[in-house]
Write a protein that binds this ligand. Structure first.
Ligand SMILES: [Zn+2]
Length: 79
C-alpha cells in the first residue's frame, strides 16, 4: 500500500494522500502496526510524503524534519 502511494506521489499528490490515509485505516482495523521506517517517510499532519517538501536538520542526537507544506516539525531521537 505504501509503495502504491509512493509511486503516484509525483503525479497525483491527492491520490497519494488518499492511499496513506487508507493505509492507516487498514492497519488500524487489522491490528497491524505500520513499520517505523515507513512512518518516518511521511508527514503525520498533512499526510504528504517527505520528498521535496521537507527540510531535514541533524543535530548531535536528534533528527528534525520540517514539513514545508504544513509547518509540522518532527523530532526523532537517534540512538
Ligand atoms: Zn505536513
Amino acid at each position: 500500500m505504501f509503495t502504491l502511494s509512493n509511486v503516484c506521489a509525483n503525479k497525483e499528490p491527492v491520490l497519494s494522500k488518499r492511499y496513506l490515509i487508507l493505509m492507516e485505516k487498514i492497519a488500524l482495523r487489522s491490528d497491524v502496526t505500520i513499520p517505523r521506517r515507513i512512518k518516518l517517510l511521511y508527514c503525520k499532519n498533512c499526510k504528504r510524503l517527505y520528498k521535496d517538501n521537507s527540510r531535514i536538520r541533524i543535530t548531535a542526537k536528534t533528527l528534525k524534519i520540517t514539513c514545508i507544506a504544513c509547518g509540522d516539525i518532527r523530532r526523532i531521537v537517534l540512538n
